[in-house]
Design a protein around this ligand. Structure first.
Ligand code: PLP
Length: 395
């Protein structure tokens, strides 16, 4: 006997992975340069030079135990202090080292946060569509019910009215992600203010805090001077789940953190619950070398201009061809309306032209596809001919 639920998660690949694997098979047949693979969100921009410099320096200056040994379960104290100092300088906050728990990236941050919050099978975690599909697995894995709030199809900000209807006495947390995967939209200050007002009202109505979990792997990946509101400043019961996977282009190194601010309701107990969840899941002591690396690279980001260039070429190119796209202000995804309205059929049709576009049904938003543009610029330029043929097929 074993877990049917885990078997199900393990045996069904995500649509994204499915498409990526298909792309590899197809490349073997027609040549990699003829497959336009927009499936994965794997950063193509190299890690900033400071990452390599930090690794080299740490390797020669630190002892083996400092480089490879265990740190405290919640992460090295000096590393957590460096992160707190950086955020305080940047956002005018007042964090300290004991607000932070180092993790193996955003996925671990979210799993730990959900396990820390969820108490009974009646508990609910709400995600706002379009959302990162793994949220469902992480929420259900923590024992909660996963609840989806339908998107605001006008501008892909939060559908506040629908969210208000979804929150009830079972709601433990609402999860948001901005800049957003898959839409590329950045939630405005007005949106965050409305969200905070709603959650304050609902928390008093239901008689317990409705925590806001903010998933922020793309916080620094924004274009044209767009500002990403720092959520803890707007809503006190916020838990930040951060990752260096995208900002420092380190997805394979598995490093990030959870931030539980002092202002959050029952902050100390909640932080200790995070520590307990980390322990329960076996996620103690994030990679020691990488902890030290990120401490030295606070405020550094990969070359965002490369992503912006890709965005501009793709956005302008697709618009000229008659595609309707949500204007992406951040992350490295473009959300494109499927011709014919059926995203799965559209994604299948796109394959005929070796264009790999992810149907957005799994993101809670049928009728769209996600185009991940963290790819080579030359591939985007080559792909426009295939996009033209795809559009032509629907005329
Ligand atoms: N959250 C979002 C919105 C993501 O896009 C991703 C990865 O693509 C993750 C979480 C997982 O990030 P990590 O690699 O840091 O676990």
């Amino acid at each position: 006997m074993f877990s049917e639920q885990c078997y199900e998660w393990g045996s069904k690949r995500s649509v994204i992975r499915e498409l990526f694997e298909y792309g590899k098979q197809r490349a073997a047949v027609v040549g990699a340069e003829n497959v336009y693979d927009f499936s994965l969100g794997n950063p193509t921009v190299p890690a900033p030079d400071e990452v390599g410099e930090a690794i080299r320096d740490i390797l020669v200056t630190e002892t083996s135990i400092q480089i490879h040994g265990y740190t405290s379960a919640q992460g090295d104290a000096a590393v957590r202090k460096a992160i707190a100092d950086y955020l305080n300088q940047t956002y005018g906050t007042n964090f300290h080292q004991d607000n932070f728990y180092m993790t193996c990236g955003a996925a671990a941050s979210l799993c730990i946060a959900f396990h820390a919050l969820v108490e009974s099978p009646e508990d609910e975690i709400i995600a706002i569509a379009p959302y990162f599909p793994e949220y469902k697995v992480f929420a259900e894995g923590s024992g909660a019910k996963f609840v989806m709030v339908k998107p605001d199809m006008e501008n892909f900000q939060i559908n506040i009215e629908a969210l208000g209807e979804a929150v009830n006495e079972h709601t433990r947390a609402v999860i948001i992600n901005s800049p957003n995967n898959p839409s590329g939209v950045v939630y405005t200050e007005e949106t965050i203010e409305k969200l905070a007002a709603l959650l304050n009202k609902k928390s008093s109505e239901v008689g317990h805090p409705v925590y806001l979990v903010t998933d922020e792997p793309y916080r620094e990946i924004v274009y044209d001077g767009i500002q990403v509101p720092f959520v803890t400043k707007y809503y006190k019961d916020t838990i930040v789940c951060y990752s260096y996977s995208k900002s420092l282009s380190l997805p394979g190194e598995r490093i990030g953190y959870i931030l539980v601010p002092d202002e959050a309701a029952e902050s100390r107990r909640l932080y200790l619950s995070v520590c307990g969840a980390g322990r329960k899941l076996g996620y103690v002591c994030a990679p020691s070398l990488m902890q030290q690396v990120v401490a030295r690279c606070q405020g550094k980001v990969g070359d965002i201009n490369a992503y912006k260039e890709n965005r501009d070429i793709l956005y302008d190119g697709l618009r000229k061809l008659g595609y309707e796209c949500v204007h992406p202000d951040g992350a490295f995804y473009m959300f494109v309306k499927a011709f014919g309205g059926d995203s799965e059929a559209f994604s299948e049709k796109a394959k005929e032209f070796d264009l790999l576009l992810v149907a957005a049904d799994g993101f809670g938003c049928p009728g769209y596809v996600r185009v991940s543009y963290c790819v080579d610029k030359a591939m985007i330029e080559r792909s426009l001919g295939a996009f033209a043929k795809l559009a032509e097929a629907y005329r």
